[in-house]
Design a protein around this ligand. Sequence first.
Ligand code: DON
Length: 309
Amino acid sequence: MIKIEEQDLIDWLEHVRIYANNGKVADYIPALANQQPETNAVAYYPIGGEVIFAGQSQYDFTIQSISKVFALAVALIQHGEQAVFSRVDKEPTSDPFYSVAKLEVEKPAKPFNPMINAGALAVTNMIRGRNSEEMVEEILNLVRKLSNDETITYNQEVAQSEYETAFLNRALCYFMKQHGVITGSIEELLDVYTKQCAINMNVKQLARVAAVFANDGRDPDTDEQILPDHVARICKTFMVTCGMYDESGTFAINVGIPAKSGVSGCIMGSIKQSGGIAVFGPALNKKGNSVVGLRFLEKLADVKRWSIF
Ligand code: DON
């Protein structure tokens, strides 16, 4: 068991916060452009212990692409592996998360993996519900269960802002609809997708969810199985191979834990048989990953020897 103390979090966050100067807050979703680059927070939720934290740990941010992991978990629970992987493949790409390029190569319109936007849209399209609200509820219910917090919901302003400007994601949907990879109303799908991306959480809530994945789907407090272990395993595998987009290989060498980032500046990581970590800092590097988050995880992973490799 790797021991992490609150003082570790405080010291290392203080050490790396200056790196916010090297990044830029995402502004392609207009409502995200208001985020302050100097905001930062981290929380660690140990398996069988008390959460520890540093920085602005009560600050709510939208989880953005981290929601792709949760939507994948819902689709796998509802439909099983065979159905999900008939729509989306399991291979990493070296392209940015929003890329259209690979949809036209090899298997027409079958996205390479569920962590790029095309793949995430295809997965969300599978979620059960009579309308978009019911589909969003399916994802929210899983997040509430894993975080043990019924209050979690989405940020209407950020969802609306992305919905109004998601032209590239609309293009991906139309391309995939033409090839039969997605079905139904594209506006309804974008409504669900932009709301799942806008789910509001703080680092403490997110660290608990990461701890469930670290504990192979079992509750970190009670050890009850609350997510099927094979679903947790598949999600963590995608986090390793594709979770940090086209920086996943570098992250695997420098940190070496299953992790997922979002363009709001959040990263969640699952440290096997130890716990879950969530770090937030909205200034991003060119790949769309939090610069403070990356530096923080690199430092702590080195000191605590987290790497699974
Ligand atoms: O689809 C989008 O562009 C966003 N809602 C999510 C992208 C994202 O978080 C990518 N992350 N690093």
